[in-house]
Design a protein around this ligand. Structure first.
Ligand code: MN
Length: 131
């Protein structure tokens, strides 16, 4: 499988409260040979990120209680987690939202519904960066 070896021992944390989207992203990552950690709310995601230090975080923006914007700001202001790339995945479509997401510290932004190729290429770009 092309690219499979390079990403074999990498772990991606998915923070997503929608089960359909969570299963979709999990399935895509696992087919790439990537291990997944999962949280359905931001607070739990932050705890997992600090403890497990994943190679990449896929961050939903619309989450219960704390949203993905605030969670990203917390992670990017924490010395333990600030180096972890964060890719926001959200249904937000307006330009102002994109600026807000990037200003919060997200490294990349993918809007839902995303194309499989777009998603996998973005994931691989960030996972390759640490090689
Ligand atoms: Mn959501």
């Amino acid at each position: 499988m092309k690219g499979g070896v390079r990403v074999k021992d990498t772990t991606v944390l998915i923070i997503e409260d929608n089960m359909v989207n969570l299963k979709l992203v999990r399935g895509i990552l696992r087919r790439l040979g990537i291990k997944t950690l999962e949280a359905t709310d931001a607070e739990t995601g932050i705890v997992i990120a600090r403890e497990r230090k994943p190679d990449l975080i896929i961050m939903d923006i619309e989450l219960p209680n704390m949203d993905g914007i605030k969670a990203t700001k917390i992670l990017k202001n924490d010395e333990v987690t600030r180096h972890i790339p964060i890719v926001a995945v959200t249904a937000f479509a307006m330009n102002g939202d994109r600026e807000t997401i990037l200003a919060a510290g997200c490294d990349e932004y993918i809007s839902k519904p995303f194309k499989l190729k777009e998603f996998t290429e973005t994931v691989k770009k960030f996972l390759d960066r640490k090689d």
